[in-house]
Design a protein around this ligand. Sequence first.
Ligand code: GDP
Length: 635
Amino acid sequence: MARSRSGTRGRRGPRKPPRRDGAFTASSVQTADPRERGAVELPPTITVKELAELFGVNPADVIRELIKSGIFATINQLIDRDTAALVASELGYEVAEPQAALAGESGDDGEDGTPSEATKEELFTEDDDANLVSRAPIVTVMGHVDHGKTSLLDAIRSTTVAAGERGGITQHIGASEVTKDGRRVVFLDTPGHEAFTAMRARGAKVTDIAIVVVAADDGVMPQTLEAISHAKAAKVPIIIAMNKMDKPDANPDRVKTELTEAGVVVEEYGGDTPLVPVSAKSRLGLDDLVDMVLLVADLQDLKANPKRSAIGTIVEARMDRTRGAVATALVQTGTLRVGDVIVVGETYGRVRALENDRGKRIPKAGPATAAVVLGLSEVPEAGDILRVVADEKEARTMVEARHAQLAAKGGEGSGRATLEDLYKQIQAGQAKELRIILKADVSGSLGAITHALGQLATDEVKINILHEGAGEITDNDILLASASNAIVVGFSTKITDTARRAAETEKVDVRMYDIIYQLTDDIEKALGGLLEPELVEVVEGRAEVRKLIKVGKTTVIAGSYVTDGRMVKGGARVWRGGKIVATDRIESLRRFRDDVREVAQGFECGIGLAGFHDLEEGDIIECFTTQSVSRSLTN
Ligand code: GDP
């Protein structure tokens, strides 16, 4: 993993002695408003508190700015000059020397990382080489429904229990451990790429290895493809578990060929993806699978520093009537101890007790260990990051800053990838690729579109299609876009209502096209900075045709029920069986006998289209307006 500059910012932890060169002291300059004195010089390292004093601002403001960059610093933490300069400029202060460094750095976020990707990783990047030790791999099982994810997890777990390596009854806490030849493997208990990407969208990077389960009798299915895309987008290595090998109609060759077609070439076919034939039912190959996990883990050289204060991720949480908030934290680095003050997402507390997966109290939990944490005042969410801080005061400051940050985020764009902003991001060196999730009505169009998009790549910007698939745009697509800072492109397809809402909350740029040329044209313009806000189409609502009323010879009025949004006069599309059968205009819109301007969701109305009169009951009329803002659905 490329370690970016920003990836190591902010955690030049207190272990390193502060280096002070030059005549700087915080107190010597804090009297005048630096904004009036012009540029300020910064020392190579400075604590958050000193920086706040230097600029005469509240330390919480500094911490808030740091959080914006994904750095969860404490008040006494040393940050380096580059980081301090960034904060200073965000706070409106000019910094003398680091200007050049800043300009040169913005594009330095690793191979293809946008700033947000890099900073998400930064939390888990170790910087104290001397104390690094190997840690157990953390594995997520993914794959198509019914291919055997749950069965496989159960089978793997019960193997070790059966082997009598550990006593007691294992409880479900969100993650479980398996030990083989004295080495541990941690499995996340919620299988599926949805959970995996939902965590990633919250900034958590938990999984080291993805096991993609493919049933040997069923082959590669749509969710197999999704799982592969989600794992690849997260740059998590994949192991294929070819399950149900006990079945007479198991067809391994077909699976391998289909995987190759999906861009996953297994080792036997000359690629680098390991494949292990297994059967959760007859317990075939389970040892081999765990061995393969350990082998892939070895290649990754997973390390953590048990001596530092813990950072982890919440994998599960609930409210217990007698014990209060109960959260399972997967410690990723450092050691979590009873008595530690922790900040978790937007809440904090002191660790009252830790328990393992057999309900036994434990005094501490080291790297790659799941532990039930008691003592939080509120129930955190899965994917929230847990961090040990010095004391409650610091925890409070951090949580307040986090709230302020969330409040601020509500108002503005959150730095998400949008086509309009792409050029700006390219110019600023922040974007080196345009990530796209592509959905089309039929798989036949996908190839043509990917090809056309591929032609648009420039020296500066790659086009990276993170996932392509046939069908509607779903929540999973939005989730993946959100987690990967991608845009979603729909071609002759629809977006589900929940996905539309998710896109709005997650501020994901979703664009719908019916003509390849318009799509490529937009992206070409975006790459060249020429994509002006233009006349765009906004879907206002949908109505289901319930009854057809003939008026005159040809004209038909559709007695309809507004299923979502609102119906207004203007552009309209008629959907039938998931396909568009006409694009037209709503010419008349009536409630009873009255001409109305709009009809809200839950009401009936009469709709007259301008040209299309071959409506059928059950058709969906989708109305849209054109607005001069952005093509994005989410603006
Ligand atoms: P999931 O939806 O991917 O979690 O799949 P499940 O673990 O729920 O399994 C779906 C079905 O496949 C269940 O009826 C299982 O009993 C069955 N199944 C799972 N693994 C195997 C296997 O290795 N062989 C056979 N024959 N059936 C299996």
